[in-house]
Design a protein around this ligand. Structure first.
Ligand SMILES: *Cc1c(COP(=O)(O)O)cnc(C)c1O
Length: 418
């Protein structure tokens, strides 16, 4: 459930007309709904209320400081995948004891930063990484809290690029090898084994892959406990899907209902790492129609948002609803909605039946709150969009639109060229 709805023929973000925001802040523009974000976050805390848990928002889905602060204020933690994400999380006020750190390529510098910050745990993805964390912790004369990320070999039945829990993927440690890795980990002097982690993919629209993966992990945990390895934190990852088109994904409460009974009698703290299911439908991208052009078998609607602003359609072939910001009575045309970038892959929608739009009119790209701005780039030297947070009748700029000078801020011209 989100709060981007029509009132009459005008699209609103909570109680503010989207048209007004587009005029005030310019386009392309990311708009987030505070009450949607909060509602989605609370859907998790309410669902898992009966079991000790931490909701660690996956920062890679949306790294805006104001949004992270919102979660921090409501007891949220963070799932991070880089030193940069750690920096942003801490600065937004997320307590280090609620931060978990995954990712296959942690550098020494990043490991030091995380150890210094006293994060809850590293979700370790390989034996090599484990040794490196042990070594760095040794130099710092501390013990690194560690979970091993287990690859349970479960097919989440999602887009191949966002499945992560199959044997063929780079993520985690194959479940068959996990016992051996835990044995090694528990012998390392500067490693403190505290948890177990899995994350099988993203945009998962059924509960069964989560249940199957958890069952496999629990069998492993029982074997570990026989070996005297005591797990405190069970991190089940994120990955719950959202409705982009007509999907009907389970809700956090459905997930809780299936998972919590499996944990009966175990004294654990559950960690959940949702990203998309909290932020995805809490944000839209507003774009302006620049030109119309008749193609051979379809029309092109050329808009001012490109693949650098929202890469999901180009990258994953992802579907996003496109809605007119002001609804008009018009006939329907078959069209491609494309951006200004010099790539044929630069589109927001392909072969879409849309009501005709005219020059200067705004379109809203729905479901753009996760993996939208966070995956944006400056390709074609385009300053990245502004971000606005709407709360009831109020609206706040939470990230300024980049300027041309931002584009060259870090460039240096060597002396011999001056
Ligand atoms: C990306 C990621 C998440 C979040 O996934 P969503 O599908 O956005 O919920 C959680 N945990 C890890 C380790 C991830 O890589």
């Amino acid at each position: 459930m989100h709060l981007f709805k029509y009132r009459g023929d005008e699209l609103f973000a909570e109680d503010v007309p989207v048209e007004k925001l587009a005029e005030e802040y310019g386009t392309p523009l990311y708009i987030y709904s505070y009450n949607t974000l909060l509602r989605h976050f609370r859907a998790y805390t309410d669902a898992f209320n009966d079991y000790p848990h931490i909701i660690c928002f996956a920062i890679k889905s949306n790294a805006n400081s104001a949004i992270l602060r919102l979660f921090a204020k409501n007891g949220g933690g963070a799932d991070i995948a880089s030193g940069g994400e750690l920096y942003i999380a801490l600065r937004a006020g997320i307590p280090p004891e609620k931060i978990v750190y995954a990712g296959v390529g942690k550098t020494e510098e990043e490991i030091r930063f995380a150890l210094r910050s006293r994060i809850l745990m590293f979700n370790v993805e390989s034996a090599d990484e484990l040794r490196e964390i042990n070594r760095v912790a040794g130099i710092m004369n501390i013990k690194a809290p560690v979970a091993l990320r287990i690859n349970p070999d479960i097919d989440p039945e999602t887009h191949p690029y966002i499945a992560t829990g199959l044997r063929k993927h780079k993520f985690g440690i194959p479940i068959e090898d996990a016992l051996e890795h835990y044995r090694v980990a528990s012998r390392l002097k500067n490693i403190n084994v505290v948890g177990i982690h899995k994350h099988i993919g993203s945009q998962i629209t059924k509960v069964s892959p989560f249940v199957d993966a958890l069952k496999r992990v629990l069998i492993l945990m029982d074997k570990l406990s026989i070996q005297g390895v005591n797990i405190k934190y069970l991190d089940v990852g994120g990955g719950l899907g959202i409705s982009y088109r007509d999907e009907e994904p389970p809700l956090p409460k459905d997930l809780a209902k299936s998972l919590i009974p499996l944990l009966k009698g175990r004294r654990l703290t559950l960690i959940i790492e949702p990203g998309r299911s909290i932020a995805g439908n809490a944000g839209i991208l507003v774009t302006k129609t620049l030109y119309l052009k008749r193609g051979e078998d379809r029309e092109f609607i050329i808009v001012d948002a490109g693949m650098n602003d929202l890469i999901r359609p180009s990258f994953y072939g992802a579907y996003h609803h496109l809605l007119p910001v002001i609804r008009k009575k018009r006939d329907t045309v078959l069209c491609d909605v494309v951006g200004p970038i010099c790539e044929s892959g630069d589109f927001l929608a392909r072969e879409r039946e849309l009501k005709r739009v005219k020059h200067g009119e705004h379109l809203a790209v729905m479901g753009a709150g996760a993996y939208g701005f966070s995956m944006s780039s400056n390709y074609n030297s385009r300053p990245r969009p502004a971000e606005v947070l709407v709360k009831g009748r109020e609206h706040f700029l939470i990230r300024e639109r980049e300027t041309y000078s931002d584009l060259v801020r870090n460039d240096r011209i060597p002396g011999f060229l001056r």
